[in-house]
Design a protein around this ligand. Structure first.
Ligand code: PXL
Length: 270
């Protein structure tokens, strides 16, 4: 039987991010995807304006029926949640619905390029920093790692800076720390700091000349599906990074709000 994961993040009606990428990518990789939508947005917050309908008040009701129906999950993938109160609900969700050996994977998903996404503040960062102690794996990018540790964001950095970020994050959680989108020396990669290993494992890929929205969510989905399918951390990162690169290569310059991951899925089937 396919593993069943619960992914908790927003539903942006348009934008190729969060649930609209997690669902197809988890399914295409053989994982049954259940969802806990935290909010419905007209579109993601990289557009110039957006609506936001908060689903927090419905979540306890959903939990009630999941309990009545005896539902459990083999894993959890958290991304953009939206409101601070959702952190406590996420913990209640883990406590109530984790099946045997269920793993918790958290992408903090609150910022990029040195800035918080629209609508977030430092109180949200603090609540996320607290939630991370429950994770088995965390997937912050460099911006999120800086906010979570209180280190100043830098555009130019080196391996020593990333090692400091990891050290800071390890004070928040016992999870495996994977810093994504590490960029220096003309390459892009991940630093994987698993428990009990002295040095992080570095994985490097070719740096593409364009940046696109939603690629962090795609990375997290492909990473998580591979992880639930039993692959090593390194193989999960390699698969996710390769998929993201393919998506970027297959996206027209004019398509500003996301990547053409559908084309990559289609090619993989042919
Ligand atoms: O891709 C991260 C993300 C998810 N959800 C919403 C967003 C963003 C990034 O801007 O706005 C609503």
């Amino acid at each position: 039987m396919a593993k069943r994961i619960l992914t908790m993040q927003d539903l942006s009606c348009v934008g190729q991010c969060s649930l609209t990428v997690a669902l197809p990518l988890l399914s295409a990789n053989g994982i049954e995807a259940a969802v806990l939508p935290t909010a419905v947005l007209s579109n993601h917050t990289m557009f110039k304006s957006w609506s936001y309908f908060d689903l927090t008040p419905e979540i306890k009701n959903i939990f009630h029926f999941w309990k009545e129906n005896g539902l459990k999950f083999d894993g959890f993938l958290l991304g953009y949640l939206g409101k601070n109160e959702l952190m406590d609900l996420a913990e209640e969700c883990f406590d109530s619905f984790a099946g045997d050996g269920a793993k918790i994977i958290i992408d903090p998903a609150f910022g990029d390029n040195g800035k918080l996404y629209g609508g977030f503040d430092l109180a949200y960062v603090k609540a996320m920093a607290h939630l991370l102690r429950r994770a088995d794996i965390i997937l912050p990018n460099v911006t999120e790692a800086c906010f979570l540790t209180g280190m100043e964001y830098r555009e130019n950095y080196d391996g020593a800076f990333v090692a400091k970020l990891i050290e800071g994050l390890k004070k928040l959680t016992n999870a495996t720390v994977i810093i994504t989108g590490v960029e220096y020396g003309g390459k892009i990669g991940e630093f994987i700091a698993a428990d009990g290993k002295k040095e992080p494992c570095e994985l490097w890929h070719k740096l593409l000349p364009v940046k696109k929205h939603g690629t962090g969510d795609i990375f997290a989905s492909v990473f998580t599906a591979n992880y639930l399918n039993g692959k090593s951390l390194k193989d999960c990162c390699a698969a996710a990074a390769e998929f993201v690169a393919d998506c970027i290569i297959n996206t027209d310059d004019g398509h500003f709000y996301g990547v053409n991951f559908e084309e990559v899925l289609k090619k993989a089937r042919n």
